[in-house]
Design a protein around this ligand. Structure first.
Ligand code: NAD
Length: 356
């Protein structure tokens, strides 16, 4: 590998999601191997809680800066996620920039494993958008700092369960209901998490509208859950009780803000807010926003507890606590006349301040 670089000038040009990036040691590692057209970024937010645990994305990006920004924002969110779920991990995220050239996939993963290994356990990788459990098995051949390899390790199951309990909590908060029967949920993205969430919501009696840029995935929800399918561009304006983003980041932005026709936004997607200020705009419009890193922590909880050799029952118990945590934070927020988002940020920052 020809270089391991810390490019602070680039880092400075990438806007962070949150000004309160109080990590005691923020590390940005950029690995390049021109012979393979390989470029990977690993962002770590160190609070001395434990090794950073976070997925590896393998996606195309318009620029190196865009990839760095993605890794930085996601690593930041992972530190908040671990803190709010009381897990002994720092925040970390990796990005491999997908090349336009056709490069041997196994060689790319081997290079990435070497990058992870060079951090000597400060970062543990796992699956994320664009990587699979099969990829993690290949990485495992070259470094031990990887998790989520076996089929039963798929974190999507716990993520979907956590989001489902989070939606139940949000509904309880808003109208005191203990069930979801007859409520209308619009789901953006019917991939690993979106599909499982649709299944649970359908079983709970909810009515579904689904979109996906992959028509096969959308069609599966139509066939199995009687979901109405809409064009991806139309999903934001669907009149519904709950909007569940399960695809992309930054889908709450100035363009979508005025389109939402929902009472609750609660979904699995990471990094949903383009800027933190939008959480307040949602509140002004009477929309309850459940912070992404609070509701989508199920997968991280699962992977962290599996590393502690906890069994499935213990893991499930911890994942369903997401709903209770939302109710607890909402009660505290109400008492202090804050939004759920503001209270969650405050508690996450407090938890992290106690570590660093
Ligand atoms: P996935 O790749 O399996 O599914 C995402 C789906 O969204 C795909 O079917 C894709 O075709 C679709 N999609 C992409 N762009 C879209 C668009 N513009 N409109 C509609 N659909 C679109 O990913 P996943 O594992 O289901 O994760 C979904 C989201 O949840 C991601 O943001 C991910 O970072 C986040 N998340 C996932 C987990 C997990 O355990 N898998 C944990 C925490 C957070």
């Amino acid at each position: 590998m020809d270089c391991v670089l810390l490019i602070n000038s680039i880092k400075k040009r990438c806007n962070m999601r949150n000004k309160n990036d109080n990590a005691s040691g923020s590390e940005l590692h950029i690995f390049q191997d021109k012979s393979l057209d390989f470029c990977a970024i690993i962002s770590l937010k160190k609070y001395e809680r434990g090794p950073a645990l976070g997925g590896c994305r393998f996606l195309s990006y318009p620029s190196l800066e865009a990839a760095i920004k993605d890794a930085e924002r996601l690593a930041h969110a992972m530190s908040y996620k671990a803190a709010m779920s009381d897990l002994p991990h720092d925040g970390g995220k990796a990005v491999i920039i997908r090349s336009q050239r056709s490069i041997d996939h196994t060689s790319i993963l081997k290079r990435f494993a070497e990058c992870v290994g060079s951090l000597k356990g400060r970062y543990i990788t796992t699956i994320d958008s664009g990587t699979t459990q099969a990829d993690m098995s290949i990485i495992k051949n070259h470094t031990s700092y990887v998790t989520g390899i076996l089929e039963e390790d798929d974190p999507s199951v716990s993520t979907a369960l956590g989001v489902f309990t989070g939606i139940q909590a949000a509904v309880k908060l808003l109208n005191g209901r203990d069930n979801l029967a007859g409520l209308h949920v619009a789901i953006q993205g019917a991939g690993s998490v979106g599909y499982l969430l649709a299944d649970s919501l359908h079983q709970a009696g909810a009515r579904l509208t689904v979109c996906d840029i992959d028509p096969v995935r959308a069609e599966r929800c139509k066939n199995e859950f009687n979901a109405t399918i809409v064009d991806p561009a139309a999903i934001y304006a669907v009149p519904c009780d709950i909007f569940a983003p399960c695809a992309l980041g930054q889908i709450i932005n100035p363009l979508t803000l005025m389109q939402f026709n929902t009472k609750i936004i609660a979904g699995a997607a990471n990094d949903q807010l383009a800027t933190c200020e939008l959480a307040y705009e949602l509140a002004k419009r009477g929309i309850l926003y459940v912070p992404d890193y609070l509701i989508n922590a199920g997968g991280l909880i699962q992977l962290a507890l599996q590393r502690q050799n906890k069994n499935r029952t213990v893991i499930t118990e911890r994942v369903v606590q997401i709903g209770e945590r939302i109710l607890h934070l909402a009660a505290a927020a109400k008492q202090q006349q804050m939004t759920l988002f503001a209270m969650t940020e405050k508690m996450a920052e407090r938890a992290l301040a106690n570590c660093s």
